[in-house]
Ligand binder design. Structure first.
Ligand code: ADP
Ligand code: MG
Length: 467
């Protein structure tokens, strides 16, 4: 054995510096278990020898953490250098308590006989990356006022990951294009020779929990660390899952430190991801948060025109406007309705006319309305959203904001239920049916020119749907 317990000063210094960096990239228990009792024992131009307490640790470092360790040593050293682990003659003196160290969680993984899996970072298992949907690319994404910031930011990070906005968080209600943009980033990055990873937060969570159970958290981390760009969809799924938040936080940090791009989506504002750990929330807020609002009429028409083009059918633009004027909830619904129209036209071999579209919309609306929330729930949701008292909304008059809330409540009840104006008036404390008709028309008008109101109505309807 050429190594000594103390090691040459140069080897010691190099390894200590690497340890300093490694400590930032790993969980504390993992670092304590695998690296605390190691030392730089010898160094030459081409090789650093790291002394470890026993073969078990040597094997663990070699098999599970080697790529991270050699990258870190190369960085600290200023150029690549081989790292070799050597068990010191007097192994027991290395561990402070004389016991064999235990892995972070669960029993140690048995040696893996499959040589193809010896280098996890180089050959990540494919189940991790959910394949990208070919349809969700930048070309198929229609840009309008409601989504131009998110689109521009997505394009920027796809072309220059890790440079400008890191992390990028895209936030919107459901069905407004978050997942589409993430996949588009993935396609573009891939075409530029990078290796992006797209994963839903749900899948990320399942994988992390599995890794903990099987004592393979290092492998988990190694795999994520190997991608240039991590896209995590629907981060609100992390709420209430403390253990995964911890895993996410470390993955996030090691990628972020290495200037790897991170893109996250959320279906609610970052500030209201209340149950997410502060440290995660503040990391997200430290990057760029781009929101997508419900699309205006013009954008909805453009989206339907794109879908018509993709479908290869001969459908006039008047049909596009007709459909877009009637469906303003979200793009997924707009698409769904358009697809139903196509399917119906195919099955019945009928020409697509306004009447046909109108019947199909009416059909799907009635189906939806049969399951509608009662009007009281809607009034409550509106009151809640505007932080007003339900009684104020039902009351006779009120300040400007009360009047607006009342009009919005009327409009949403009309849209969501089968109730006529008289019944709606009754649900709002006995308003006249002509007042209801007038106010509903007014809100419908305002919605097309006022994105904030569009957002409000969208959020309230989502709250009702989720109630
Ligand atoms: P989210 O993830 O925000 O819930 P998705 O990305 O799943 O929404 O979008 C719902 C559907 O609407 C998808 O089929 C998507 O292709 C389509 N879509 C959303 N935004 C646009 C857009 N700007 N242009 C074209 N299609 C869009
Ligand atoms: Mg989505």
């Amino acid at each position: 054995m050429t190594t000594s317990l103390t090691g040459t000063p140069k080897a010691r210094k190099l390894w200590l510096a690497a340890l300093g960096e490694l400590q930032l990239q790993m969980t504390r228990p993992s670092f304590a278990t695998w690296l605390k009792d190691t030392q730089g024992t010898a160094v030459s131009d081409s090789e650093l020898v790291v002394g470890v307490p026993d073969t078990f640790v040597a094997e663990m470092l070699e098999r599970r953490m080697h790529s991270l360790i050699s990258e870190t040593v190369a960085r600290v050293n200023g150029r690549p250098i081989e790292v070799r682990y050597s068990v010191t003659a007097d192994g027991e003196t290395w561990t402070s308590n004389g016991r064999r160290p235990h892995p972070e969680t669960g029993p140690p993984t048995p040696p893996d006989p499959d040589p193809a899996r010896r280098e996890p970072a180089a050959a990540p298992p494919s189940h991790r990356a959910i394949p990208l949907n070919a349809r969700y690319n930048f070309d198929a994404f229609v840009v309008g006022k409601s989504n131009e910031l998110a689109h521009a930011a997505a394009l920027a990070v796809a072309e220059r990951p890790g440079v400008l906005y890191n992390p990028l968080t895209i936030y919107s209600g459901v069905g407004l294009g978050k997942t589409h943009l993430l996949h588009a980033i993935g396609h573009r990055a891939r075409s530029l020779g990078r290796s992006p990873t797209y994963v839903t937060t749900e899948e990320f969570t399942n994988e992390y929990i599995r890794a903990i159970r099987e004592g393979r958290t290092e492998e988990f981390r190694d795999r994520y660390r190997s991608s240039d760009l991590l896209m995590l969809d629907d981060i609100q799924f992390l709420i209430g899952k403390e253990q995964t938040q911890e895993g996410f936080f470390h993955t996030f940090n090691s990628l972020h430190t290495a200037n790897k791009q991170i893109v996250i989506t959320s279906d609610r504002p970052v500030s209201s991801l209340g149950l997410l750990e502060d440290r995660i929330r503040s990391r997200l807020a430290g990057g760029l948060v781009a929101d997508i609002q419900p699309p205006d009429l013009e954008t909805r028409i453009a989206i339907i025109l794109t879908k018509i083009e993709q479908s290869g059918r001969n459908i006039g633009p008047d049909i596009a406007s007709f459909l877009a004027e009637r469906i303003h909830t979200n793009i997924r619904e707009l698409e769904g309705c358009f697809n139903r129209v196509l399917a119906y036209a195919d099955l019945t071999r009928r020409q697509i006319t306004r009447e046909l579209v109108s019947n199909i919309i009416a059909d799907s609306l009635t189906t939806a309305k049969r399951r509608a929330a009662p009007p009281e729930t809607i009034v409550d949701a509106v009151a809640d959203y505007f932080s007003l008292d339900t009684d104020a909304i039902r009351g006779p008059r009120g300040r400007k904001n009360v009047a607006l809330a009342r009009q919005v409540a009327m409009y949403i009840i009309k849209e969501e239920t089968n109730l006529g104006p008289t019944a709606i008036g009754r649900a709002l404390g006995g308003k006249d049916h002509s007042t209801v008709i007038k106010n509903c028309a007014k809100v419908a008008d305002m919605l097309d020119s006022d994105p904030t109101l569009r957002r409000d109505v969208h959020n309230i309807r989502e709250a009702i749907a989720g109630a």
